[in-house]
Structures are given as C-alpha cells and as structure tokens.
Write a protein that binds this ligand. Structure first.
Ligand code: GTP
Ligand code: SPV
Ligand code: MN
Length: 613
C-alpha cells in the first residue's frame, strides 16, 4: 500500500488495490482523517471482491439472498422507509455566485457549505470501512469517457457502483495515467462509534435523517451525506454524469442529458438512433427496451437514463451511454409491458424495496397479472392482496448490468457513440399535450424542451401527481442556471446546423374523460417512432397545428389497435384556450430567469401565442 503514511492521523488499516497517484492518495488520506473509518479498502472491481461484499451484506442483514434456483446470484435490499427516493430539497449546487446555480436549484454559498459539511462528515465513518471506488463513466479510456473516485462507507453503494459503472482497477489506472478525475465523498452518516468511544450495533440500512447532496460545479466536487438510495448515493450517476457533467459540457461544448438512447432498424434495414428525455419514472427504460408491435421494426438498447452527446467530425451529434447498468423502476415492469427487462432480471440482480415471495423470489405490482396470495412487503411485513397497500414501494428499483438485456445493441460500448437522427421530449400529461408533435425547427424544439411540464412521480420526494415544469427532464439534474442551459442548447443547434437531429414532443400518458390512458403505450410506441422517422426521411406530410406538426390520420400506423375515432381525436386535440393559459404560465415561469433568459425563448413564446390566435 503506498498510501500508508507515518504522518497520517488515521489509524485505518488498508487493503485492496494499490494507489499510485499522489493526488489521489493524499485526498484519500485527507478524507480518512476527516471521517475516521476503521479501515480503508481500495476496490479492484473483481468478482471475488463483489462476492465477498455481497456475502458481508447478507451477513449484516442488508441483503436477503434470493432463492438460487429462481433468481441466481440475486439479492433484495430493504431500505429505511424514509430513504426511498432522491431528496431534491436537500440537493445543492454550490457555485461561487448564486445566479450561476439559477432559480431552479438550491444554492448555498460554497464556503458556508464546506463549513457545514466539515462538521457532519467529521467522524461520520467511525467503526466502518471506507471504500475507495474508482469508476469510469463511459468505456474506460474512451474519448468521451471520464473517471471519478467515490469514497463511501456503504458496501451497498460499492456493489451497486460495480453494476452501474466500469468500476475498479482499470478506472484506477486511468487516474494513475493522469486523467482528470472527479472526487466524490459519500457517507451514510451513521458512525458505529460515538464521541465517547462507545460502539453501537449496525442496522441493515444505515442512514441519517439529515441529508446533503452537494455539488461544487467550479471545482467539480461531489459530497453526499445521510442517504443510501441510488440517486443520492451512487455518485457516478446523477451527481456526476448529469450535474457535474452538464457543467463540463457547457464549458467544453457538449451535452450531458437525462436521456435514453436507442437504435432502431426499419423494415428496409435502415438504421437510426434516437435519444429521448422524459422525467424520472416517465418511460425511458421502457422505451429503450421497446419491443415494437408493428412488423419489420427492431429496437436495440444503447442506454436507458443518461446520454453524453457531442458533435462528431461529420458534424452530426453522437451519443454515448456513460453508464454500465440499469437502475430501473420495478413497478409496472412485466411480461406485457417490458419483456426485455423481465428477461434481463433473471439473474445477478440487486433489487431494492420490492416484495419477497414465500419461495424466496421477488414480486412487484405489474410483474404478473396474477397477484400472489401472500408476500412479504418492502418493509418486511406480511402482505396479502387485501392489505390495502402496495407490496413493493412505488419507487422500488432493480440494479442490473446493461449487457444482461437481450435488447442491448452491439454498438452500446462504441467509444465514439452513435449518431442521432431524432430527439424526443416528453412528460406525463393527462391533458393538453398530443401523442406526438414535430417541432418546426431546432429553436422551437428547444422551446418545447424548455417548457415541458410533467406530473411528479415517486422517484423523488414530493406530492405524486402534482404538475410541475421539468425542462428537458433536467430540473433536478442541471448543474447550472437553467436559462444558460437553454442558451447552450441553442448554441449547439447553431453548431450542428443541418446535421442537427429532428426534435419531437411525445406524451404516452394522455387520459380520456373516464381517467384511463388513451394510448396503449409500451410496444405500441413504436408506431410513433415510425412516424417520426418517416418525417425525417421526408416520406410523409404533416398537419400544422399551433404547437407543432401533427401526423395526418393516414400516416400513423394504427393497424391492429382498438382505438375509436373519438379516442384518436382526443389524443391529438390541441385546445387553444388551455394552450393560451399554458402560455401565460410559461411567461411567468420564464420571468424568474430575468436577463439570463435567451431572447429566442421569448420569441418562441410570442410565436406560439400568435399561432394560437
Ligand atoms: P427513471 O429511472 O426514474 O429515470 O424512470 P424512466 O423514465 O426510465 O421510467 P420507466 O421506463 O421506468 O417507467 C416508469 C413507469 O412508467 C413504469 O411504471 C412504467 O410501467 C410506466 N410506463 C413506461 N412507459 C409507459 C407507456 O408507454 N405507457 C404507460 N401508460 N406507462 C408507461
Ligand atoms: C431518476 O430518478 O431519474 C432515476 C433514479 O433514474 S435515480 O438514480 O435515483 O436518480
Ligand atoms: Mn432517471
């Protein structure tokens, strides 16, 4: 071990891989001095290490090993009931100037935040092991890829990071070769030794009622405290690959987006790539794994949550999936809706907050039509269909390697990414927003993205169902001023020119008067993709509506669907009065950005109003 230092004030024992990079070694030492763990383990990412950690997690009661014959090498974790989702109210962008975080982010002066964090992290790892987790977002060494190092006292996080990122020795070697790396510190905030040296028993899911998810965009640092939940604790994901990376993208001329990426092949063998931004729990994983119900089309998965995109030498926009796994919503995932995900989940999965069957397997609402007569629910309580509460938490999740999806595209790890033909913006809207509309041009597409509203889901704390603005599905993930971000998108459009992907708005969630979904969704969403690609190819005309271009009735393939004319009409209805009211709300929404709002956004709003008449 090269980081043992006679001067170090940490008595922690060391194990694992060797750190050769001086700066990394010094930082590990510094954080160990602050947090005072009993031991430090530098992760090599090996199977052996993973197996040892999962054994320890079973031993500690954090993991329940599932029945080996039903779900090989898979585990169930039950979190504390208070630690089940992202905590947006405790997520901070600590830029030097408040205006650079913008009105949509929580901001605290970085000096003040550093002082606060120094207090909460002091001794926070006592009695625990601090894991050094080197990881690469994107294939190791790729031109678009980036490395980071997370220090965490949670073995659940280590195990999850090995599934979700390229974690271990190779990423560590990148740091050794001098690659820029982002430091990320995570503690569950439950030391096992108190100030008087008294030891306490650990609990299956350690966490703290006080939580901090902190980003320093200028110095590219991440600090997370008090939560073990995915989006709060797996710091390569939302914290790095979106909040910090969006700032890197702004500064370096690329884009970090909350988008799935898929490859789609038409009946004539032509290949296209599509990216789509939908807010949390609004259908990205499902669309990325779509099994088309229309003949001749094939969808393959590149990524299901995050895309890093930059212009290539040919002027087109190329996208990579920086992740290596899926952290997907379990409820609603079933043989009828997402058979690809069901197949991906056959083995080597970590489930969190789903229900346990009596024979040692997992279940959640929507997995099967038939509801088991008896289960153990996500909180460990006996459950029957009469219990009157869901068996799985609405934000229960699976964590699985991406290459376990039978739909994974052969190009999913291509270092340079895939060229995008289409970008979709969507949300969960019971009213107003049509099934699909094409933007008039890039600028209008940016306006559509900037004004997306969506009903809130269980993926974050807050009232489920409440309508809120979620521009580009990035409201919780943009690491800088949202208005500047729109300006960056406009600038990217200028740079891409005629090579820019075409932008469409979609809404799978419109409801009829009886409150049921008008559109069957899932595999039938391929019908919408087909229309979009036919538009890209110039094969079909469209109907001009005030909010965008709609399909002519004859151009959307509805064969085999049981849709009445009234339902179809309701799916595409553009109600002028509601849209004018929405335009007023957009004006109010834009006002908070003051002079940071690009003039183009105001121009787009004026034009929308003019078209609405
Ligand atoms: P995050 O991982 O939180 O970013 O979510 P996501 O955008 O990947 O959403 P996901 O695909 O996991 O879907 C969330 C929920 O929406 C699940 O319960 C799905 O079953 C449901 N869903 C997805 N696509 C459709 C659709 O086309 N129609 C309907 N009605 N529901 C859908
Ligand atoms: C989301 O909430 O958008 C997710 C899950 O993809 S998390 O990783 O928790 O952010
Ligand atoms: Mn997401």
């Amino acid at each position: 071990m090269t980081i043992t230092d006679p001067d170090a004030r940490t008595a922690a024992t060391m194990s694992g891989a060797e750190i050769t990079d001086e700066a990394l070694a010094a930082w590990v030492r510094e954080i160990a001095e602050l947090t005072q763990p009993d031991a430090i383990h530098v992760c090599d990412g090996s199977q052996e290490e993973y197996d040892r950690l999962t054994d320890e997690l079973v031993e500690a009661g954090t993991f329940i090993r599932l029945d080996e014959s039903r779900r090989p090498r898979s585990f169930l974790a039950r979190s504390e009931p208070s630690d089940v989702a992202r905590v947006e109210s405790r997520t901070f962008i600590c830029s030097e100037k408040e205006v650079d975080a913008g009105p949509t982010n929580n901001w605290v002066d970085p000096a003040q935040m550093r002082a606060e964090l120094a207090e909460v992290f002091a001794g926070s790892m006592r009695g625990r092991t601090m894991y050094v987790v080197p990881f690469s977002m994107g294939p190791v060494g790729g031109p678009i890829s980036r490395v980071g190092v997370e220090l965490t006292d949670s073995p659940y996080v280590v195990v999850s990071m090995r599934i979700m990122t390229r974690m271990g020795a190779e990423a560590l070697a990148q740091v050794g070769r001098g690659a820029d790396w982002v430091p990320a510190v995570h503690s569950v905030g439950m030391p096992l030794v108190d100030d008087d040296g008294l030891r306490r028993e650990d609990v299956p899911w350690p966490c703290n009622d006080t939580k901090y998810i902190v980003h320093y965009p200028e110095t590219r640092e991440i600090w997370s405290y008090g939560s073990g939940y995915g989006g709060n604790a797996l710091l390569g994901k939302k914290a790095y690959a979106l909040r910090i990376a969006s700032v890197l993208g702004r500064d370096e001329g690329w884009l970090a987006e909350h988008m799935l990426v898929l490859k789609i092949t038409g009946p004539d063998g032509r290949v296209y790539h599509l990216a789509a931004a939908f807010p949390s729990a609004c259908g990205k994983t499902n669309l990325a794994m779509l099994r088309p119900t229309i003949p001749g089309w094939k969808v393959e998965t590149i990524g299901d949550d995050i895309a890093w995109m930059r212009p290539g030498e040919d002027g087109r926009l190329y996208a990579i999936n920086p992740e290596a796994g899926f952290f997907g919503v379990a409820p609603g995932t079933g043989e009828m809706t997402n058979p690809t995900a069901v197949a991906a989940l056959e083995h080597d999965v970590v489930f969190t907050n789903v229900a346990l069957t009596d024979d040692g397997d997992v279940w959640w609402e929507g997995l099967t039509d038939e509801v088991p007569a008896h289960l153990t629910d996500w909180q460990g309580q006996a459950w029957t269909p009469d219990s009157g509460r869901p068996a799985a938490h609405p934000n229960s999740r699976f964590t699985v390697r991406a290459d376990q999806a039978p739909s994974i595209a052969p190009e999913w790890e291509d270092l340079g990414g895939v060229p995008l033909d289409v970008i979709l913006f969507g949300g969960r809207r019971a009213t107003n927003v049509p099934l699909v509309a094409e933007s008039f041009d890039w600028e209008h597409g940016v306006f559509i993205g900037a004004t997306v509203s969506s009903e809130q889901t269980a993926a974050a704390e807050g009232a489920v169902g409440a309508l809120r603005r979620d521009p580009f599905a990035m409201l919780p993930f943009c690491g800088y001023n949202m208005a500047d971000y729109w300006g960056h998108w406009l600038a990217m459009g200028e740079r891409l020119g005629s090579h820019a992907p075409r932008i469409f708005q979609v809404n799978w969630f419109r409801k009829g008067a009886d409150g049921s979904y008008l559109w069957p969704g899932f595999g039938d969403n391929a019908r919408v993709l087909e229309w979009a690609l036919r538009r890209v190819n110039g094969e079909v005309d469209a109907v001009e509506a005030p909010t965008g271009r709609l399909p002519r009735p004859q151009d959307l393939n509805l064969e085999g669907l049981e849709l009445t004319d009234e339902q179809l009409e309701a799916l595409f209805a553009v109600d002028r009065a509601s849209w004018l009211a929405e335009a007023d709300l957009t004006e109010e929404y834009f006002a908070q950005f003051g002079d940071r709002l690009p003039a183009e956004m105001t121009r787009q709003l004026d034009q929308l109003r003019a078209r609405l008449g």
